[in-house]
Design a protein around this ligand. Structure first.
Ligand SMILES: C[S@@+](CC[C@H](N)C(=O)[O-])C[C@H]1O[C@@H](n2cnc3c(N)ncnc32)[C@H](O)[C@@H]1O
Length: 268
């Protein structure tokens, strides 16, 4: 790691990337869409695998969307998917949110999803985003808030896994309850006309839940086994019990999981 690159909490293994790639702009960025118009120039900051960037590009066409991220591997996924879908108005480039390689007032709109919660200095990131937004331009930010997540039923091993995950986020300097703070952050960064809301992404039923449990069981191994053990927080056996708890949770007929997300829009 160098410069502003931070310790990621989730990492970018196949399971976490696949989960992000299922997000669509129509659903995940619905709160921002009423503010977008064809012809706009949009920045998708921390774009990950680019599914949202590409969706936004379709919406503002013939305008342009630039997806930026620190990870070249993620940008490559975006480029490949854009080419596959014949999208020519989405571009991808490496950029750190703390030092965006754009002139002041370059964009009509900025979208930032699931990035601020992965930063140690989210306000610094928002200040830099504000610099490259034109006066009167719109920003849409979205973040999870694990303090609002709903799980039922919660077995002790699942509860232990969730506690350790939140502890790891805090250990890495990443706020597990950042969603509820978006409005205040936008105001601190000097944005005006800010408004926030919260939504749930829900998972239930025999079609969906076992799939979700399987993905999270893989994620436990992909992203958490190493840090939990390195930090002395869990033995390899305990990590396997946590992964198994996800599978068992998701196979119960009444299993319910709802992820809390907060969304905010504001203007420069
Ligand atoms: C959880 S992913 C979200 C991806 C996408 N925005 C979404 O909502 O599906 C967070 C992304 O932010 C990127 N990221 C983290 N720190 C960053 C930084 N300082 N500058 C730019 N991107 C960053 C990561 O590489 C990762 O792709």
């Amino acid at each position: 790691m160098s410069g502003n690159q931070e310790q990621y909490t989730l990492g970018y293994g196949p399971a976490s990337t696949a989960m992000m790639a299922t997000r669509t702009a129509q659903r995940h960025a619905a709160f921002l869409l009423p503010h977008l118009k064809p012809g706009m120039k949009v920045l998708d900051c921390g774009c990950g695998p680019g599914s949202l960037t590409i969706g936004l590009a379709e919406i503002v066409s013939p305008g342009e969307v630039i997806g930026t991220d620190l990870e070249e591997s993620q940008l490559d996924l975006g480029r490949t998917e854009a080419a596959r879908r014949g999208i020519t108005n989405a571009r991808f480039g490496r950029a750190d949110i703390y030092e965006l390689p754009f002139e002041d007032d370059s964009f009509d709109a900025i979208f930032i999803s699931a990035v601020l919660a992965n930063l140690r200095e989210p306000l610094r990131g928002l200040n830099e985003a504000r610099r490259v937004l034109r006066s009167g331009g719109v920003i849409g930010v979205k973040e999870f808030d694990h303090g609002g997540d709903l799980f039922y039923p919660v077995a002790p091993n699942l509860a232990e896994g969730l506690d350790l995950y939140h502890r790891l986020r805090r250990h890495n300097g990443h706020d597990p309850e950042s969603g509820r703070k978006l409005l205040g952050l936008l105001q601190q960064a000097g944005f005006r006309d800010s408004a926030a809301t919260a939504v749930y992404e829900t998972f239930s039923g025999p079609e969906v839940m076992p799939q979700v449990g399987g993905v999270f069981a893989v994620l436990v191994n992909e992203a958490f086994a190493e840090p939990f053990q390195r930090l002395g927080w869990a033995t390899p056996e305990a990590v396997q019990r946590i992964a198994q708890a996800w599978r068992e949770f998701s196979q119960q007929p009444g299993a319910f999981y709802a992820q809390a997300w907060c969304e905010a829009v504001a203007r420069k």
